[in-house]
Design a protein around this ligand. Structure first.
Ligand SMILES: Cc1cc2nc3c(=O)[nH]c(=O)nc-3n(C[C@H](O)[C@H](O)[C@H](O)COP(=O)(O)OP(=O)(O)OC[C@H]3O[C@@H](n4cnc5c(N)ncnc54)[C@H](O)[C@@H]3O)c2cc1C
Length: 320
């Protein structure tokens, strides 16, 4: 029996975040045989959500903005399908939310894409112009080209394990990109805490960066909060166990609001937000190997930036 591992794909995309999905969608629409390998059980990467008592809580990115025409067309499509809405308008600044969560947008992008889940790409070799990717579950995948879309420290770790070297100028450029962590606390509450509309606070305290009221945002019909730590708080405490961090985050919320908690969940994001400028262009391409790099390590470190990066890398792959 022929398995997908025996097939030779035009392109394997590593990572089913918005960058990988935008790229794969474009490649498939242009007739390229493409598969996305994703280490997690779901798609979306940092556009993640978790359900608490049947209600959706955004666990990673909580809103998105739109500047360019291409991403604007995606917004129009999402709005026509009732999976995106304008959440906050402040002068010219418009912030949109996914419905019932940001993850719904990634799922929509993935509709026509072949995503192979629970495929943690571990190493790769290149034999006679064919890239062979090996996953930690023993599965192998073959492709003419590979597009990496994870944060660059994760993508470069795969190359390092594989003893594959990019040209030193490119490697130096990509290795400069680093990320800061974030702790994301989801709280289902007995009662609302009475945040003023639109239910979003930024720069809350030394420990907490944002607090979002899930009910005002429209993703939960029950009282709930999404709380993100500051990068400094996450960095200082990241190695502690999850239950310890959860209690520390809850204590930080209780310093400010007398919350009565029904249920809580904490997620540790090691690569949450890019530090500094990142790689100035939209994607990168190795000169000597059929390897491409995209994601929010490039351009603007936001959902739209990651989308644009994936799309630009796909165009380059189509031109090659
Ligand atoms: C807490 C938090 C809040 C945020 N808030 C906002 C916001 O409000 N607005 C905004 O615009 N942006 C926000 N962001 C940033 C935004 O989420 C990212 O910029 C964007 O989602 C990045 O998409 P990406 O596809 O580049 O990367 P990712 O979403 O990280 O996707 C990379 C994918 O690669 C997979 N992967 C990694 N290694 C491997 C491997 N070896 N094998 C297979 N798969 C692998 C990962 O599982 C992941 O699915 C936030 C991020 C976080 C964490």
């Amino acid at each position: 029996m022929v398995t997908k591992g025996d097939l030779e794909f035009d392109t394997v995309v590593v990572g089913a975040g918005v960058a990988g999905l935008a790229a794969a969608r474009l490649l498939i629409q242009r007739g390229q045989r493409t598969v996305v390998l994703e280490k997690s059980r779901g798609v979306g990467g940092r556009m993640a959500a978790r359900r608490l008592a049947g209600q959706s809580f955004d666990n990673g990115a909580h809103f998105f903005s739109v500047a360019g025409e291409t991403f604007g067309k995606e917004l129009q499509r999402w709005q026509s399908k009732d999976i995106a809405k304008l959440w906050i308008q402040d002068g010219d600044r418009r912030l949109y939310a996914g419905l019932p969560s940001m993850n719904a947008l990634a799922k929509e992008l993935a509709e026509e894409v072949d995503v192979e889940r629970q495929q943690l790409v571990s190493t790769l070799t290149i034999e006679d112009g064919v890239v062979i990717l090996r996953c930690d579950n023993g599965q192998k995948w073959r492709a003419r080209k590979v597009l990496f879309t994870a944060p660059l420290p994760q993508s470069l770790a795969i190359l390092k394990r594989s003893n594959l070297d990019l040209e030193s100028e490119l490697l130096d450029e990509l290795a400069r990109v680093s990320y800061e962590p974030c702790l994301s606390l989801l709280l289902r509450l007995k009662a609302d805490i009475g945040l003023a509309a639109p239910g979003f606070l930024k720069g809350v305290s030394e420990k907490l960066d944002t607090i979002t009221d899930a009910r005002q945002k429209g993703t939960s019909s029950q009282p709930g909060l999404i709380v993100h730590s500051t990068a400094a708080f996450a960095e200082a405490n990241y190695e502690k166990d999850r239950p310890v961090l959860e209690q520390m985050m809850i204590a930080a919320v209780k310093e400010l609001y007398p919350v009565e908690i029904e249920e809580s969940y904490l997620h540790k994001w090691r690569y949450a937000h890019r530090k500094g400028e990142g790689v100035g262009r939209l994607f990168a391409e190795a000169k000597s190997l059929p390897l491409y790099f995209a994601g929010d390590s490039f351009g603007i470190a936001k959902i739209e930036g990651a989308y644009d990066s994936g799309a630009a890398a796909a165009e380059a792959i189509l031109r090659a």
